[in-house]
Design a protein around this ligand. Structure first.
Ligand code: BDR
Ligand code: CA
Length: 309
C-alpha cells in the first residue's frame, strides 16, 4: 500500500459502490460515507451503504444527502443493479440507522476541519456540487476529488456515462471548481472486469462474506455479459476511484482539460476531453486515468474482502 489517504466516500450503492466501500474501509482513513440518489432511490442507496459498512466492520459516520439531481427528474439504474440497487444476494438487516440526512453539512464541516481530505464520489455529483455551491472555499481546501464518471465513451447514451448523465449540472460545477480532479471514466473501468475467475477468487477470500459477494457479482455481471459484446464480467467502475488514491502505481494517466456538455441534443452529460495538440489550450483541470493493472487491482479487492470480520 502506498499511503492511507483521508477520504469521504460519496456513493449510491450499487454493486460496484459496495466494493469501493470495502476497499476504502481497508486502505483509507474513511472519515465518513455520504449517500446520494442514483442507482436506486436515496432510501435504498443509504440502506445498502449501512449494510456494507456493517459487513466491513466499519463505524464510519454515514449521512444521506440529495434525493434527486439538481435539475432533471430522478432516473434509476434498476436495469443494471436491480430494484434494491444491490440485487443478487440475501442481505442482512443493517444494525444502525444513518447518522443524519445532512450529508452536505457533513462534507463541508469535515473538509473545513481536517487537512488533505479527498472527496471520492462514485455516484451522481449532486452532493458534491451542493457542498461546493454552499461553501466555495472547499475547492481550495480539499486535497482533490477522485471520481468515477464520464470517459471517452458513454453507457447511458453513446456519449454520456450514467453518473454524469444523471446530473450534468452538478458535474459542470465540480469540473469547473478548481480543485484537482482524478477521473476514472468508462474507457478505464471497462478494463476492470470481474471475470468468472476473479469472482471465484473473491468468493474464496472470505468464508461467509465471499459467497454473498459472489452472488452480488453474478447478478451484476448479467447486465454486462448479456447486453454487450465482448464483456467477461461486470465492470467494477467505482473501485477505481478509490484505488487511484490508495494504489496510484496501478494506473497510467494523462493531464487534460475536461468540460461537461449540459445542453447538447446528443451529448448532454458527456465529459468532453480536450485532446488537441495546441500550444495554447484551456488549462488542465483533470487527471484522466487511462489504464489499470487489473490483476493487481483485483488482488487488492481480495485482500480487502479477506480483512473483513
Ligand atoms: C456508474 O454507474 C453506476 O451504475 C455504477 O455504480 C457506476 O458508478 C457506471 O456508469
Ligand atoms: Ca456508483
Amino acid at each position: 500500500m502506498s499511503h492511507r489517504p483521508r477520504i469521504i466516500l460519496d456513493c449510491d450503492p450499487g454493486h460496484d459502490d459496495a466494493f469501493a466501500l470495502i476497499v476504502a474501509s481497508k486502505y483509507t482513513e474513511l472519515l465518513g460515507v455520504t449517500t446520494v440518489a442514483g442507482n436506486a432511490p436515496l432510501e435504498l442507496t443509504t440502506r445498502n451503504a449501512r449494510i456494507i459498512l456493517d459487513l466491513c466492520g466499519s463505524h464510519a459516520p454515514l449521512h444521506s444527502g440529495a434525493n434527486r439531481p439538481l435539475v432533471q427528474p430522478p432516473v434509476f439504474a434498476d436495469y443494471v443493479h436491480g430494484k434494491s440497487g444491490m440485487d443478487g444476494a440475501v442481505l442482512p438487516e443493517p444494525s444502525r440507522p444513518a447518522d443524519s440526512s445532512a450529508a452536505i453539512d457533513f462534507i463541508i464541516d469535515t473538509v473545513r476541519a481536517a487537512d488533505d481530505v479527498w472527496l471520492v464520489p462514485t455516484g451522481p455529483l449532486t452532493n458534491i456540487a451542493l457542498a461546493l455551491t454552499r461553501a466555495p472555499d472547499l475547492a481550495s481546501k480539499v486535497a482533490g476529488i477522485s471520481l468515477m464518471g464520464g470517459g471517452r465513451l458513454g453507457n447511458r447514451t453513446p456519449t454520456a456515462e450514467f453518473n454524469i448523465w444523471l446530473d450534468p449540472e452538478a458535474a459542470a460545477t465540480v469540473f469547473s471548481c478548481g480543485a484537482p480532479i482524478l477521473m476514472a471514466g468508462l474507457h478505464l473501468t471497462h478494463e476492470f472486469q470481474a471475470t468468472p475467475g476473479r469472482v471465484s477468487a473473491i468468493e474464496a477470500s472470505h468464508a461467509t462474506l465471499g459467497p454473498l459477494l459472489g452472488g452480488l457479482l453474478r447478478f451484476f455481471a448479467r447486465s454486462y455479459v448479456d447486453r454487450h459484446v465482448g464483456f467477461e464480467g461486470a465492470a467494477m467502475h467505482d473501485v477505481c476511484a478509490v484505488l487511484a488514491l490508495t494504489h496510484p502505481q496501478l494506473f497510467t494517466s494523462a493531464q487534460r482539460f475536461v468540460g461537461i456538455d449540459v445542453c447538447g441534443n446528443f451529448a448532454r452529460g458527456m465529459t468532453v476531453i480536450d485532446e488537441r495538440k495546441l500550444i495554447h489550450r484551456p488549462s488542465v483541470n483533470t487527471t484522466v486515468l487511462e489504464t489499470i493493472d487489473a490483476d493487481a487491482g483485483f488482488a487488492r479487492i481480495c485482500e480487502a474482502v479477506a480483512s473483513c470480520p
